[in-house]
Design a protein. Structure first.
Lengths: 393, 476
């Protein structure tokens, strides 16, 4: 048993049973190796939120309504919780699906439960801060958000780091949308190049409810996000707008499973990927239409640009259809920057490096521009601008 | 039940008869002695016996793969007879038991002089042996070798030794290892440098004996600038048991060579409750070894209880190209997990994949593919299109493509759609006086057109007919 596995098992208050981490032959982890993590040994994670630098404090305070986690611990003092949210902490047996072992470990931890009882007009910022003290540790976090029928919530989840370290983040978010609820979620991070991040998100979307998810994945030494969404009620809607931008030696592995369980449900996934320098971008999107989910409408598009001879893109769009009155389609491409567009821009006096940057940005922005919530859209575009390397040429 | 579903109900399997003939069947079971016995029966040289034994020993260390989306009843490898052949010995096709010739006649495969009219040279494989090959002399005049693999081992051992297992190594996968150990016959084609094979070559596989498996092996080699078009067809009697067919096909194309390999697979698919039928677990791989070589796979898969195969191309030579055109139909409880792998290794390599899956009844149809562009495969190009057609509420259509790109100059495109024959479409056709059966045929035919036009003409007609028969009663 690796120290990684031992540390995860030891952290759980109740026995996790057989927590087997993905091996080298695990298809779901084919392009993301845990070898480096398995060879490391970890220190005990900080038990209390630590002190923060004044700059970080100021950065956090700038978010008007916020839930703050420092090194995985909910920090009530730094949070500013808006009205209409009921907050409790609960400990329950691990309830994450078996195919997400990291999420299982996190889901066994004390979980912050947020009940959304009223529609929230302002976006809620969930700020996960990693301090320098978290180096050499595994920081875990579990969150459960429940939206009551007809309520609306918009969430920006931000990961902020004090300094780049080899910390491992393991976060699990369980989202339940009751009938007619709507959740808009944006996931952005400032993870360092030495960090490892494993995110698990599960959402169950009720009748007539809508879950719109957006992400800008800039990658890390190892970055993995499993998004597991089930459309359980009729006319439930799930949308994804995201992009991966990995450069240097960053890695980003996005797995999205969209499961249509009820009639007339809709899933629509648009993801763009760019890999530069020695970056490695992976996208696996699975559309599953279960028997009886007639009238399902499922679409997935994944386009990628490979920008350097040393970068790699792997993509796996999957369709699993068990019903007939179904509309399902997916498309995936891998290519390079269009030389003609580049020539066009250069012929208008734009230097090559700038022209490349413009084209890359235009390519990656496409899905983000379709984010319906204006504040989330702005935040996503800002995050994209941050992660596009200056020396894009 | 929708109109479309009721139209596909009583499927007829026309090749479901069996031929009553004295057959020598080896006792059931598998072991080194069986491998040696098969080798001895064929009078094989020592190296080949050892090659088989090495494969067998390797197979013992392997476990059956489970990753496919298939429900497979456990296979008892000791409950299969690995060799069955008609008892009566014969030297040429003229001496073959007329009953056997009748069998092929009934299946529409010409094995005598009349064959001349069809202009196709045929190697007829019956259970574990080849009955004979037509037009051998004529082909020999052009320098083309076309014979059974057993004969090739005797007549051209150096060629067989050089190429056998060079594309699909003995330990490649579970069923390829099993095949390497117990393969009984198959076809061998060698087209020398600069020769265009003057006629279509074809092999017809027939399983007849009960409780047997068929393990044939096909090897096709095209030297520099040579080209060949090869077709295979297959059928089996209707039986309540599942019979295993685990074949290996290896293609080698040197510089500027071109191989076109077409399959119309019509093994017995089992009845509407999923009883019986052939397990068709096949490893097919082509190696574009030479520059500008070309390998094209076309398959029409209408039979078999379970089809599990991925005809692949290794695009090693610079400028080489690979193609894969497939129509897979599953009906009743048939399952198909098929697709291709295009491995781009050389510069300027191209590949194209067109896959059409039709699912009816409780059929499950999966496309599984890999397009891999290696780091040095500069300017590789791939286009993939996978379409699924669903007929009925209880069937399934799945697409598992995998794209791995390590070279920034590659352009890879994949698209997939899933649709159904809607009652609206049917209504439209019927309103114009077209019978529902014909309307469905028309729609299915249109759906498969891109693949059918890749088939040689006679096969395209047969394939079209097969789809019609297979879908019979699916709609109504």
């Amino acid at each position: 048993m690796s120290n990684l596995q031992q540390t995860l098992v030891a952290a759980a208050p109740e026995a996790l049973g057989d927590l087997s981490l993905p091996g080298a032959r695990d298809e779901r982890w084919r392009y993301s190796s845990l070898r480096a993590l398995n060879q490391r040994s970890f220190s005990a994670a900080p038990t209390q939120p630590g002190a923060l630098s004044p700059e970080l404090e100021a950065k956090i305070a700038a978010f008007p309504s916020r839930l703050v986690f420092v090194d995985g611990h909910y920090d009530e003092a730094r949070s500013a919780v808006p009205g209409g949210l009921a907050m409790t902490t609960q400990i329950a047996p691990a309830n994450a699906p078996a195919h997400l072992p990291f999420a299982r470990a996190a889901s066994a931890l004390p979980t912050l439960v947020i009940g959304v009882q009223q529609t929230q007009s302002e976006p809620l910022h969930i700020v996960s801060v990693l301090t320098a003290a978290a180096a050499d540790t595994i920081v875990q976090q579990a969150l459960w958000i429940e939206l009551a029928a007809g309520t609306t919530l918009s969430v920006q989840h931000r990961r902020i780091v004090e300094a780049d370290s080899n910390v491992v983040t393991n976060a699990w978010r369980d989202l339940a949308l009751a009938d007619g609820a709507r959740l808009d979620w944006l996931e952005v991070g400032e993870d360092g190049e030495r960090a490892s991040v494993v995110l698990g998100t599960r959402a169950r979307v009720g009748a007539g409810a809508t879950f719109q998810f957006a992400e800008v994945a800039a990658g890390a030494a190892l970055y993995r996000h499993d998004l597991d969404v089930t459309l359980v009620g009729e006319q439930a809607v799930f949308g994804v707008r995201g992009c991966t931008m990995v450069s240097r030696r960053r890695h980003a592995d996005i797995h999205i499973d969209a499961r249509h369980r009820a009639k007339h449900t809709r899933a629509d996934i648009v993801w763009r990927g760019l890999a530069d320098q020695r970056g490695h971008g992976i996208f696996a999107g699975q559309l599953i239409v279960e028997a009886g989910a007639d009238g399902a409408d499922a679409a997935l598009s994944n386009k990628n640009l490979l920008l350097s001879p040393h970068a790699e893109i792997d993509t796996r769009p999957v369709l699993e259809i068990h019903a007939d009155e179904v509309k399902a389609a997916h498309g995936a491409t891998v290519g390079r920057l269009d030389e003609r567009s580049l020539f066009y821009l250069r012929s208008r006096g734009i230097p090559e490096a700038e022209a490349r940057r413009i084209l890359q940005l235009a390519f990656a922005r496409e899905p983000l521009l379709q984010i319906t919530d204006p504040q989330l859209r702005e935040a996503a575009l800002a995050a994209l601008a941050r992660c596009l390397p200056e020396d894009a040429a | 039940m929708s109109e479309v579903e009721t139209l596909i109900a009583n499927r007829k399997y026309e090749a479901g008869f069996s031929t009553d003939i004295d057959t020598e069947v080896m006792p059931k079971g598998l072991g080194e002695d069986v491998v040696r016995l098969i080798s001895a029966k064929k009078g094989e040289p020592e190296w080949l016996t050892e090659w088989r034994l090495a494969a067998y020993r390797h197979w013992l260390t392997m476990t059956a793969p489970h990753w496919a989306k298939l429900e497979i009843a456990p296979i008892d490898f000791q409950d299969i007879s690995y060799y069955a052949a008609p008892k009566k010995k014969f030297k040429s096709l003229d001496e073959v038991d007329p009953k056997l010739l009748e069998t092929y006649d009934k299946l529409g495969v010409p094995l005598h002089e009349r064959a001349r009219l069809a202009g196709v040279a045929v190697d007829a494989v019956f259970d574990s042996v080849s009955l004979g090959t037509t037009f051998k002399d004529e082909l020999a005049k052009a320098g083309v070798i076309f014979c059974s693999l057993s004969e090739a081992v005797r007549e051209h051992p150096e060629l067989v030794r050089r190429y056998l297992g060079s594309v699909v190594p003995t330990g490649d996968n579970y069923f390829a290892a099993l095949n390497s150990a117990v393969f009984s016959d198959g076809s061998f084609v060698f087209v020398p440098k600069g020769v265009r094979c003057p006629m279509e070559l074809s092999t017809y596989f027939r399983i007849n004996a009960r409780d047997t498996g068929q393990f044939e092996r096909t090897l096709i080699v095209c030297e520099e600038g040579a080209s060949v078009s090869y077709l295979e067809g297959c059928t089996a009697p209707m039986r309540d048991e599942n019979q295993l067919h685990a074949a290996v096909v290896e293609l080698v194309a040197l510089d500027d060579a071109s191989i076109k390999y077409s399959t119309v697979q019509n093994w017995y698919p089992g009845d509407e409750n999923g009883i019986g039928g052939i397990y068709n677990f096949v490893t097919k791989r082509g190696d574009c070894r030479g520059a500008r070589s070309r390998i094209s796979w076309t398959q029409v898969e209408t039979g078999s209880a379970i089809t599990w195969k991925y005809p692949s191309c290794i695009l090693r030579g610079d400028g080489s190209s690979g193609e894969f055109y497939s129509v897979a139909l599953t009906h009743h409880r048939q399952q198909a997990d098929t697709g291709t792998k295009m491995i781009h290794l050389g510069r300027d390599t191209r590949s194209k994949i067109i896959s059409k899956g039709i699912s009816a009844g409780r059929g499950q149809n999966t496309y599984r593919g890999l397009v891999k562009v290696a780091k040095d495969a500069h300017a590789a190009r791939n286009f993939t299109q996978c379409d699924s057609l669903l007929i009925g509420k209880r069937c399934g259509a799945h697409t598992f493509p995998c794209i791995e790109v390590k070279n920034a100059s590659a352009v890879v495109e994949h698209e997939a759609t899933t649709s159904k024959i809607s009652d609206d479409q049917l209504f439209y056709c019927r309103a114009r006086g077209i019978r529902p059966e014909d309307a469905v045929s028309m729609i299915v035919d249109g759906f498969c057109k891109q693949v059918f036009r890749e088939l040689p003409m006679e096969f395209a007609v047969e394939a079209k007919k097969l789809l019609e028969v297979s879908l019979e009663g699916a709609i109504g």
